[in-house]
Design a protein around this ligand. Structure first.
Ligand SMILES: Cc1ncc(COP(=O)(O)O)c(C=O)c1O
Length: 307
């Protein structure tokens, strides 16, 4: 299970289902390699006393791109899953930052040459506090493991099988004493972290690898590109990045639904900037925090109010 406290209910194949009744048989426990998912956050606004789901539409659009790409079909329309995502938060009564995890999986009895067609779907939720108020810099290394490429598995969507590549790289880095790692793609260019995208600042310009660099098509990356340009008035460029560019970057940060805006303070033991959170990363952190919680009321279309 993800999260310390199980929710009372999951949404499972169209029904609100008590936690203990949402089962698959032990013989089918390998479903994760047969599944795709989304990681979505709902943020609590203290003053308004309500939850906002952040960029639900974009996450569910990607869920349905994952379904298509992995040759799955679902009996549930995107509108039903949109409503179910709010309803499962309401029924569990959350009043804190919470994760929403829709997962779609094949019946595990399908064999490798028949992995096509109908699926099951569940939406699992669990409280998970934002780390945006604790912006400590992380140490990172360049991984000796290469990121899967688009001709191996589609890194652009959230397919659980991709995360074996993430896990082997991150565990390796962690055993070597680093908090984080960045993988190169098969062309030897900077790709992404095991669970987040990367941005660097050089001479006042924000630079991030393009969506053709074998990265996940990250919702947060797209959000920060827009915030960088429209809110912070920065130049943001999507282009390939060499590893040695990171060694002399002024600032580096990871971004993602889980990572939010997370500064990197060293890379392969090269100190990044002054070693803490850089001033531009700090601007992104504040702007992102205010927008996700609806403190900054712009970009209303990015927030779904949980009624
Ligand atoms: C491999 C990978 N890259 C990037 C991201 C960031 O994506 P998003 O901003 O859509 O959460 C994630 C987050 O789940 C991820 O797992």
């Amino acid at each position: 299970m993800w999260g310390d406290t199980p929710p009372e209910y999951l949404w499972y194949d169209g029904k609100m289902t008590p936690w203990n009744d949402a089962n698959v048989h032990v013989s089918q426990g390998h479903i994760f390699a047969h599944s795709i998912f989304e990681g979505i956050r709902a943020y609590w606004n203290d003053e308004e006393e309500r939850l906002y789901i952040f960029r639900l539409k974009e996450h569910l659009d990607r869920l349905y791109r994952s379904i298509k790409l992995m040759r799955m079909t679902s009996e549930f329309k995107i509108g039903q899953v949109t409503s179910a995502s709010s309803e499962v938060l309401t029924i569990n009564g959350y009043k804190e930052d919470t994760y929403v995890f829709p997962t779609v999986f094949f019946d595990p009895m399908v064999y490798l040459n028949k992995m096509i067609g109908p699926t099951h779907m569940f939406i699992h939720t669990f409280p998970h506090a934002s780390k945006l108020d604790k912006p400590d810099g992380a140490s990172a290394c360049i991984s000796s493991w290469t990121r899967i490429n688009d001709n191996i598995l589609p890194a652009r969507v959230k397919c659980w099988a991709n995360y074996r590549n993430s896990a082997i790289a991150w565990t390796d880095a962690s055993l070597k004493g680093f908090d984080e790692t960045l993988l190169l793609n098969s062309r030897g260019k900077i790709c992404e972290a095991p669970g987040a995208c990367v941005m660097m600042l050089q001479n006042g310009v924000v630079i991030t690898p393009p969506v053709t660099a074998d990265i996940l098509e990250s919702v947060t990356r797209a959000t920060l590109i827009q915030i960088g340009r429209e809110v912070l008035g920065l130049e943001v460029v999507e282009r390939e990045i060499d590893r040695t560019e990171l060694y002399t970057a002024d600032e580096i940060f990871l971004c993602g639904t889980g990572a939010e805006v997370s500064p990197i303070s060293s890379i392969d033991n090269y100190t990044v900037g002054a070693g803490g959170i850089g001033p531009v990363t700090e601007q992104f952190r504040r702007a992102y925090n205010d927008i996700i919680r609806g403190i900054d009321t712009r970009y209303e279309e990015w927030r779904t109010v949980v009624e």
